[in-house]
Ligand binder design. Sequence first.
Ligand SMILES: Nc1ncnc2c1ncn2[C@@H]1O[C@H](COP(=O)(O)OP(=O)(O)OP(=O)(O)O)[C@@H](O)[C@H]1O
Length: 338
Amino acid sequence: MIATESLGKRYPKVTALDRLSVDITPGVTGLVGANGAGKSTLIKILLGLSPATEGRARVLGLDVATEGAVIRERVGYMPEHDCLPPDVSATEFVVHMARMSGLPPAAARERTADTLRHVGLYEERYRPMGGYSTGMKQRVKLAQALVHDPRLVLLDEPTNGLDPVGRDEMLALIRRVHTDFGISVLVTSHLLGELERTCDHVVVIDGGRLLRSSATSDFTQATGSLAVEVTDTDAHPDGTAALGAALTAAGLAVRAAGGLESGAGYAGAGGGHVLLVDVAGDETYDVVRDAVAGLGLGLVRMEQRRHRIAEVFQPAAGTDFDDANRGSAQKRGTTHAA
Ligand SMILES: Nc1ncnc2c1ncn2[C@@H]1O[C@H](COP(=O)(O)OP(=O)(O)OP(=O)(O)O)[C@@H](O)[C@H]1O
């Protein structure tokens, strides 16, 4: 879908992309990096909107340096910033974008209605967009990227400005763009955690350089730990502590899960009361089961723990990206491991 070779972009005072070589295959790919890592710069080069200062890139087999116009016909683009005219309705705007992409009037209207329905805009689509919420505006931006039925869409920070529920809805929508229509997606984000749930593949960049490009499953391989969550009872008001003591007495290595454990990767987990138990062998499962039963606790879950991207990424990236990422996340009022 996308291949770059030693791609570079230098501005007078900053190197936005530094010899970036990466291959992106069909599916949903996340491009993650802190603010200023070079994500938007890469997207603009891939669309042929901004020339690279060195190296080469191809999108759908087309050279970005010479075939930008053809690329823009076949690729949808959702820009990062608010760019919607306030006095125009979503329908008028998306029909206009469809016409700009070369669709005849009737097909443009039909595709617009279908696409706006798909992104979840109904009656509101006839109202001026100036009165829309951020979530609705992001949906219109997504719709205009999809309306001409591209093979690939480039989505620049589509979850920006959304609350957690809005973010989850947008991520589910992005996933469906691929599963329902077979359109490949390159989606950028400065939040590692949200890409973990949405993308087949993740590309991490920092300071314009490639840090890692891997299948999401490689980032989130199973670890040698078991996450165990239990209920409290009258006899054991702190069931987790009682189980921890019992397992330690049985010779297992046990520790309390850190903050990440109660995050989105363990959705629905009971407030972070999770024990991590080192798996010594199959018998570890029996020891945990017997200890829980012996104490009369309810077993909420017992599952092989998987790495979260944020954890794997830290040692690979050193502290630079992480600090920058955390700083930018704070700046935006969001959390690092969202
Ligand atoms: N037109 C420009 N002139 C000079 N410097 C620029 C220009 N556009 C981007 N840069 C710089 O290039 C670097 C990469 O910017 P870019 O917008 O690609 O980052 P990003 O990863 O998309 O971050 P963000 O999410 O904040 O947009 C930054 O240091 C930025 O200040």
